[in-house]
Design a protein. Structure first.
Length: 318
């Protein structure tokens, strides 16, 4: 296992750790989450409780846990409300090991779908909703195929190295015979992207082990492995395949912010800045990535894809 998670012992039930709680389970292209509606801010779970809930053998199971709380209840949320008073709801996101994360691109879509299904918001096709995250303010629009999220601007984490040579990091990965050059990109959370040469290389990666990244971004990093499709660019649209190792989780079927970072890196390496529409295939499905000009003049990335709620769960005493 790539992550050692504090979980319930065989003599402990999940109820003994977290008590009676109602949850929903959802996913975005296979990236799955446990979701809690907490409008009164009374379920601020400890790290070990989140890890126990997300454990796939003794808990509910998930790549992360999302708590829906009013933005006014958290310092980060109040900062966002000062900028956008309509951002009523805050996405309190935790990785599967219980660690706090800035946000999650697939999780944002599932979070908004959860808010709609809980009747906490009303959102029709074409309408926009503002939400708060630790990665900043996010704008989400309901579209026929799901939800489109303005993820905000992207940035190189090590800009001088990335812009001068195209690469700023070296990654060692089990399943690849030699270390590979990579580029580190922030989408509000950190990513390190490297290219593989063949389908066999992509499929042969052993992502149960944590990749070794040097230099490592200050808060750790998610690592994306991308393979250009054939054709790479057709009719003004680029296409990629991707696998990902998420910090605090391990390999997941999808990563929304990772798909955005992968498209940023591919454009950068190919000198294809005029290509603004990308399709990123992940093991859990297909995500759309689009580049637009933001209001401040910085380039923003829009992520689109489906969101599904698969059921509701109540943790209760045996």
């Amino acid at each position: 296992m790539s992550v050692t998670k504090p979980i319930a012992t065989p003599s402990q039930s999940l109820f003994s750790l977290v008590g009676s709680l109602n949850f929903a389970k959802g996913h975005g292209t296979g990236n799955d989450f446990v979701l809690i509606s907490d409008p009164e801010d009374i379920h601020d779970l400890a790290r070990e409780q989140v890890a126990a809930i997300c454990d796939r053998n003794r808990g509910i199971g998930g790549d992360g846990l999302i708590r829906a709380v009013p933005s006014s209840t958290l310092p980060e949320g109040r900062d966002i409300l000062a900028v956008q008073p309509k951002a009523e709801w805050f996405m309190d996101y935790r990785n599967a090991d219980g660690s706090i994360s800035e946000m999650c691109g697939n999780g944002v879509r599932v979070f908004v779908h959860f808010l709609v299904n809980e009747k906490l918001v009303d959102l029709q096709v074409g309408e926009e909703l503002f939400i708060g995250t630790r990665g900043g303010l996010k704008s989400v629009t309901k579209v026929p195929e799901g939800y489109a999220v303005d993820m905000g601007p992207w940035e190189f984490i090590f800009p001088e190295s990335a812009t001068q040579g195209g690469l700023d990091s070296v990654v060692q990965t089990e399943g690849l015979p030699t270390p590979r050059g990579a580029v580190s990109i922030s989408m509000g959370n950190p990513h390190t992207v490297l290219a593989v040469a063949t389908k066999e290389e992509l499929e042969g990666l052993k992502l149960t082990s944590i990749p070794v990244v040097e230099p490592l971004p200050p808060h750790g990093t998610n690592v994306e492995y991308v393979l250009p499709a054939e054709p790479f660019i057709e009719n003004g649209r680029g296409s990629l395949r991707m696998r990902v190792h998420e910090r605090g989780v391990g390999e997941t079927l999808s990563c929304g912010t990772g798909a955005c970072a992968a498209a940023v890196a591919a454009r950068h390496w190919a000198g294809a800045q005029t290509v603004t529409n990308w399709e990123v295939s992940v093991p859990g499905g297909i995500l759309g990535v689009r580049f637009i000009q933001g209001a401040t003049g910085k380039e923003h990335v829009v992520l689109s894809g489906p969101a599904v709620l698969v059921g509701r769960v109540q943790i209760r005493e045996d």
